[in-house]
Design a protein around this ligand. Structure first.
Ligand code: ATP
Length: 600
């Protein structure tokens, strides 16, 4: 469903209509107050001045009514504006969840943040303040014009002599305000992006002692934003006083021509004192909305410019869409990959990859860095646009299945251990519906034990309730990796894909984690991406990738016998192990042949 400015307006039409009705009632009351003023003034100068109290009492009643309708109109319309903002914020996040790597390559997170906050605030103003005042201008104009024209058509036309100039100014300035606002919002986006990059990389900046250079770069973006803001302020600043001056011209005409009509009096074709007074009231009432029109138009233009920037996110097409089949009730966890090729742009990173994993078995994907292992894992979970017919789960093409089903079935624990800025427990329990129950806590502790991070978690100041800081800044690289692994283990999907979960652990911890992964493999299908031969050896089968192609397939022993890339890796790692003279794992924790599945 596409998100349009008109569509959002239509969704809240009842509230806007209610707001319009009470605004109309308010302006009607103001119209009646003008007429009652005329009546009161004429009575004061008549033979019975004591009767002036009657219209005055009515005016008081109408003033109360006007107050109530004015407040109600704001409640209806401003609340609708807030509702639009609330909905757009939700839609924005939902869309951002669906968009893929191509979009995130194009738009930085700073830019997205700017559009989701600054631009959204401008859009809220458009749907609240902007709409209210646009409607109010029309009603106020009609209500005042009725008083003016009824009192004197000639005087009305005379005071309107400046009107064409007002229209001309409004039109030409609103276009310039729109353009300047777009430029201003774009500059703000760049500023937010620069600030966010500096914050995220503050440690790198400090460790390279490049604060001064980064500050200079930031100042450049900062200066561009300042210039864009000043350019916008100049246009807006010129517009309002110009409009005010033109309006004041009309008031001057009123006093000059209206004054002469007053001196003539009604008997000689002029106007009464009450007419003069009411005309002035109505004219002031009308000039205010015309004057405010400039401000309102600038809000509308800013809102439009911001909506256009947000629409770029709403209109971005997800690379991966739901398939047409209904979600199967369950999954056995059988994987079949056939002729899978994939390119990033023009660069082919997977080329005709084929292999199968029977349900409940484990497979290791081994290969040099950049050989396409993570890409393969992401295609399995449809985190990238998987080619049709290349990946099947339980015989179903993943492209035909609902995305939620695929991603719940294929649990992909990424290589970069991303932690949320919350507690250790909540990071582990990310996939659990209710992480605060005693049952969830048992799962969390069990997963932490399996991932060999329980002891360290318990030694933290508030144990599992310790907040790990932004992206887990308070934990070491290895701790982060194991918390992320615990998260994957607590998830328990049918197919567990672990992307290099051992890159930052020592030999002893590695052995313990491998045993945990082996226990997992008894319950589900496991795809283990690893550089470690010791880890691959424990899997039922091994696939070796080289430059995106499957170059070897078999069990650990079979591959050793082939004397190919895998055997070379094994030899490299054995020699590195011996050369480093790393302390040998205690016999109890060391992997034994008996632990291996189908390793002869
Ligand atoms: N988003 C991307 N856009 C363009 N190229 C990419 C992208 N992600 C990865 N690549 C490239 O695709 C190739 C395969 O990357 P991939 O991450 O799948 O390799 P890998 O085998 O998992 O490597 P490693 O063991 O270092 O994690 C690499 O050459 C990489 O530069």
């Amino acid at each position: 469903m596409s998100v349009t400015a008109v569509g959002q307006f239509r969704r809240h039409l009842p509230a806007y209509l209610a707001g319009a009705v009470v605004l109309a009632a308010f302006q009607l009351a103001m119209n009646r107050i003008d007429w009652l003023s005329k009546s009161a003034v004429d009575r004061i100068f008549s033979d019975h001045p004591e009767e002036a109290w009657k219209p005055a009492v009515f005016m008081l009643g109408l003033a109360v009514f006007a107050f109530v309708t004015r407040v109600a109109s704001r409640l209806f319309v401003f609340n609708a504006g807030r509702d639009v903002e609330y909905e757009l914020r939700g839609l924005l996040l939902a869309r951002l969840h669906r968009l893929g790597t191509a979009f995130y390559r194009r738009m930085s997170s700073g830019e997205i943040m700017s559009r989701s906050t600054n631009d959204l605030a401008q859009v809220r103003l458009l749907y609240g303040f902007g709409v209210l005042n646009m409607v109010n201008v029309v009603f106020a104009f009609g209500s005042a014009l009725q008083v003016l024209m009824s009192i004197s058509v000639k005087l009305t036309l005379a005071t309107f002599v400046t009107f064409p100039l007002t229209v001309f100014l409004t039109r030409s300035f609103s276009k310039r305000i729109f353009e300047k606002t777009r430029a201003n919002q774009a500059a703000l986006g760049k500023l937010t992006e620069s600030l966010q990059t500096n914050l995220a990389g503050v440690r790198v900046v400090r460790s390279f002692a490049l604060e001064t250079r980064e500050l200079h770069r930031f100042q450049e973006v900062n200066r561009q934003y300042l210039e864009a803001s000043l350019a916008l302020a100049r246009v807006r600043g010129l517009f309002m006083p110009l409009l005010g001056a033109v309006s004041a011209g009309g008031v001057l005409v009123f006093f000059w021509y209206g004054g002469s009509l007053l001196l003539l009096g009604p008997a000689q074709g002029g106007i009464s004192k009450g007419d003069f007074f009411a005309f002035h009231l109505a004219l002031t009432r009308m000039y205010w909305p015309v004057f405010a029109l400039g401000f309102v138009l600038s809000i509308v233009q800013r809102g439009r410019a911001s909506f256009a920037r947000m629409k770029e996110i709403f209109d971005a097409l997800p690379e991966v869409e739901d398939g047409p089949l209904p979600a199967p009730k369950d999954s056995r966890g059988e994987i079949a990959i056939k002729g899978l090729s994939f390119e990033y742009g023009a660069r082919k990173v997977l080329d005709g990859v084929s292999f199968e994993v029977p349900a409940g078995k484990s497979i290791a994907i081994v290969g040099r860095t950049g050989s396409g292992k993570s890409t393969l894992a992401m295609l399995l979970a449809r985190l990238l646009p998987t080619p049709k017919g290349a990946v099947r789960i339980d015989g179903n093409d993943v492209c035909d299945l609902p995305l939620t089903f695929v991603r719940q079935t294929v649990g992909y624990a990424q290589q970069d251990a991303f932690l949320f800025s919350t507690t250790v427990a909540r990071n582990i329990a990310f996939s659990l519906d209710d992480p605060d129950t005693a049952e969830a806590m048992d799962t969390i502790r069990e997963a932490a034990r399996e991932a060999q991070v329980a002891e360290e978690a318990l030694s933290l100041p508030e144990q599992f309730d310790t907040v790990v800081g932004e992206r887990g800044v308070q934990l070491s690289g290895g701790q982060k990796q194991r918390v992320a692994l615990a998260r994957a283990l607590s998830w328990g999907p049918r197919i567990l894909v672990l992307d290099d979960p051992l890159s930052a652990v020592d030999a002893k911890t590695e052995a313990a984690i491998l045993q945990a992964i082996e226990r997992q493999a008894k319950k589900r299908t496991v795809v283990l991406i690893t550089h470690r031969i010791a880890a691959a050896a424990r899997c039922d089968s091994i696939v070796v990738l080289d430059q995106g192609r499957v170059v070897e397939r078999g069990t650990h022993d079979e591959l050793l016998r082939v004397q190919g890339i895998y055997a070379a890796f094994a030899e490299e790692q054995r020699m590195a192990h011996e050369l480093d003279e790393l302390d040998v794992e205690p016999p109890s924790a060391a992997p034994s042949d008996a632990d291996c599945v189908e390793v002869a």
